[in-house]
Every structure is written in C-alpha cells, then in structure tokens.
Design a binder for this molecule. Sequence first.
Ligand code: FAD
Ligand code: NAP
Length: 303
Amino acid sequence: MYDTIIIGSGPAGMTAALYAARSNLKVALLERGIPGGQMNNTADIENYPGYANISGPELSEKMFEPLEGLGVEYLWGNVQAIEDKGTYKEITTDDGRLETKSVIIATGASHRLLGVAGEEEYNSRGVSYCAVCDGAFFRDEDILVVGGGDSAVEEALFLTQFGKTVTIVHRRNELRAQKVLQERAFANEKISFIWDSVVKEIKGDDRRVTAVELENVKTGEVTTKEVGAVFIYVGLDAASDFLKNLEITDENGWVITDDQMRTSRAGIFAVGDIRQKHLRQITTAVGDGAVAGQGVYDYIQNM
Ligand code: FAD
Ligand code: NAP
C-alpha cells in the first residue's frame, strides 16, 4: 500500500513526488512514457525562472534527478482506471493493480489532431507534432506549421534553423501566441503567414508529404501549396479518458479541483495541465505539484 501514487511524470507529477517524498511518504511515480512529459517536445524553454534558456529534455532530467535519492519508486505503466474504494484507491494498469491511500493525477494533455485527409496516412512521413523530434529531417525543405498559439509560433521559430522556408497557416488573421513570440516570428525573414486559412487535405506520393490543400475561410478559395513537411500545433486534449467513472472532470475532460488541488473525491488530487485552469505552463504545473505533494501529507495525517 503506497501513501500516494502520482500518475504522470511531467513537471507537475515530478514536483508532487518531490514534495510528498520530502514529507517521508511512500511514493510511486507511474508513467507510460518517459520523465518530462510535454517538456520533451520543446528545444527552448525561456520562461522557467532561473534559466535564460534551457532545453526541455535537460530541464526534465534536472527535475527527475533528485527523486531517486528521495526514495520515489519510478514505475512504468499505462493507467486504465482508478477505483475509489473510500479509504484506499485501486489503480489498474496494463500490467496489473496497485493500491494506495491517495492518488495525484498529473497526466497532462496531448496534442490534438487536425482531422483532415492525409494526416494519418502521412504521419511520420512528413506530418509531425514535434519539431524538436523531427525538424532536422526537413533540412532545406518548405515547411508548413498549422496553428496560431504559443506552440505553433515557438516551434515555427525553431524550425527556421532547418527549413528553407517556414509558413504558418492560421484560421484567423491574428495570432493567439504571446506577444514576444509573435514579434520574433514577424521579424524572422524565413517565416511567412497565410491568414484566415485552414488545411483541407495533406497530399503526398507513395513515400511522403508533397503538398497541402488550403481553404481561405473568408473567400472559400482553395489553393494548393507544395511543402515537404506539415507540423501541426492546434491545441491540446486532456489525457483523462481513464477518469470517466470518477465524474471529476468538466465536459471537455479537464479535472475540476479547488485551490488545494483536491478533486470532489477525498484522497484524489489533480495537478498541472490536466486541471481545468487558465494558464497551462511549466511554472503553473510545478506550483500545482508542490501544493498537492504537501496536500497528500495533510490528507494522510487526518485519515
Ligand atoms: P505533461 O507534461 O503533459 O505530462 C503528463 C505525463 O503523464 C506524460 O509524461 C504522459 O506520458 C503521462 N501520462 C498521461 N496519461 C497517462 C496514463 N494514462 N498512464 C500513465 N501516464 C500517463 N510551457 C512553458 O512554461 N514554457 C514553454 O516554453 C513551453 N513550451 C512548450 C512547447 C510545446 C511544443 C508544448 C507541447 C508545450 C509547451 N509548454 C511550455 C507547456 C508545458 O510543457 C506544459 O504546460 C507542462 O508540460 C504540463 O505539465 P504536466 O506535468 O501537467 O503534464
Ligand atoms: P492553443 O493555445 O490552444 O492554440 C491552438 C491554436 O490552434 C490556436 O491558434 C487555434 O486557433 C488553432 N486551432 C485550434 N483548432 C484548430 C483547427 N481545427 N484548425 C486550425 N487551427 C486550429 O494550443 P498550444 O499552442 O498547443 O498551447 C497549449 C498550451 O501550452 C497553452 O497554454 C500555451 O500557453 C502553452 N505553451 C506555452 C509556451 C510558452 O510559454 N513559450 C509554448 C508552447 C505552449 P484560434 O486561435 O483561432 O483558437
């Protein structure tokens, strides 16, 4: 019986583990991928205090390092369900069952699909959701980036070091991204914009992506643009399918908590991007993790 099992080892989960372990609790950190979560998908982090610039994988490593020394058990597993048994919780993974007095859900979010023809067919053959993983495959190519948020603009900037050109196609005529990123993109000679437009289809030959069909949402005009790669950044979906039985999410799957990261079920906490919240960032994930890591200690003391 663990005192707490933290599901997900992104920045929120790792910080929760740090705080819970420093309170001398028996802690397991359960993850289906690798430590770091979404941070592994970005090369440049410039808004994490203490670092002018650090790569996502490096920050992930720095957050993970101290956990082993504190006795946090790192378990690999894909969580399928949590059963609330009152004084304890049962977690079902692909490999079996685990029991714990409390749970911290830190499963974050995953990239949303565009849902157009060719997207699935050319996935990993020119269609990508991760510039830091795949950008270097497209040296001297014309690259298309879809979306207008922080991810699209930041990753478009990153892709300029590889691509001959980088074109951002956005469904409106105004970006959602932070101003500092917008200004950098507007000033970058390699980046151009196609406004008020959406991708209708991703086309290719028998090997890889060769073009996209775009539609101007204002005029209805359809055009074809030749590209060698399409990077898609159209937002995030909550990684919460496995929580349906608990009824702790809103209609979009984000977990509802109070300011102490408690859900409506005693002993079940949620932290980071998986929460219904305004600002999904590493700093806010880390803050949530600290609050919940301390919160489980208080919960267990008062059980
Ligand atoms: P995540 O990082 O999403 O981690 C969740 C973890 O849970 C993952 O490792 C996942 O494998 C695991 N998991 C999910 N479901 C299960 C399951 N069923 N069983 C087991 N494990 C599971 N933020 C910034 O502050 N600055 C930036 O510069 C920045 N750049 C970004 C660039 C990109 C391209 C992206 C995609 C995001 C960026 N962000 C940035 C946002 C930031 O990465 C997230 O806000 C942060 O990682 C959220 O942390 P988290 O721990 O809540 O969740
Ligand atoms: P996001 O902020 O939700 O932006 C998604 C973008 O995709 C929006 O511009 C949206 O258009 C567009 N879009 C959505 N659905 C679309 C569709 N079907 N077709 C075409 N376009 C579509 O998502 P994100 O950029 O991935 O960012 C997610 C979170 O991570 C945010 O909280 C962000 O702040 C954070 N993040 C932070 C940083 C950083 O701090 N440097 C970097 C990356 C990510 P509309 O604008 O019209 O809605």
